[in-house]
Design a protein around this ligand. Sequence first.
Ligand code: DX5
Ligand code: ZN
Length: 227
Amino acid sequence: MDFDRTLKIAPSILSADFANFGAEIEAIETQGADWVHVDVMDGHFVPNLTFGPPLCKAIRKHIKTVMDVHLMIAPVDQYIDAYADAGADVITAHIEAGPHPHRTMQAIRATGCKAGIALNPATPAESIEYLLDMVDLVCVMTVNPGFGGQKFISSQIEKVQKLRKMIGDRPIHIEIDGGMDPSTAPLMAAAGADVLVAGSAVFKGGSVTSPDIYGTNIRAIRDAISS
Ligand code: DX5
Ligand code: ZN
């Protein structure tokens, strides 16, 4: 994975048809997805349950782009190797998931995966000041994690502007997760983000039998940013 700051759209398969992940992934990639975002939830750190490592391993063979695994689980350290073995390219853990996020980032990098740190809406940008030389991606949650289809929290625009300054020339992606659509995505791209996760805005109205809708939805986000 080479680093660049061009805009990337990362559909979240939380909004896909759970009975048809392989075909859904192939459809979104054909329709212009840059990364595939996989939301792992444990029913403890967040009030919802989703995917374990075997599911991630099973869908890996359908992903040609980047498998971006977002771990909303606590504790997290003991599961990192399993998600790396499942084929993740990027593993993101939450700074709120435990007392030792620095150790967590070391553990992710030790697997050879890119290391991401995610911040909940209430967590300040400054909380990761001493992690910046340990991370490849910062994920700013623009909803409270746990569910797709929630409303964008606009206070996070200022947080992204701060993070963009803090990051400077370091090769660190800024990813935005939650409530991204053609009206909110341009705000975050302008603030300095380069990876936009979008679940409901990409999958709405489409299906594997009408995948062109996914393409229309992805293009609507891109066009809103470039116009
Ligand atoms: C929320 C997840 C998100 C979510 C985004 O906990 O981390 O990735 O699926 O969904 P939308 O785009 O619908 O807000
Ligand atoms: Zn996510």
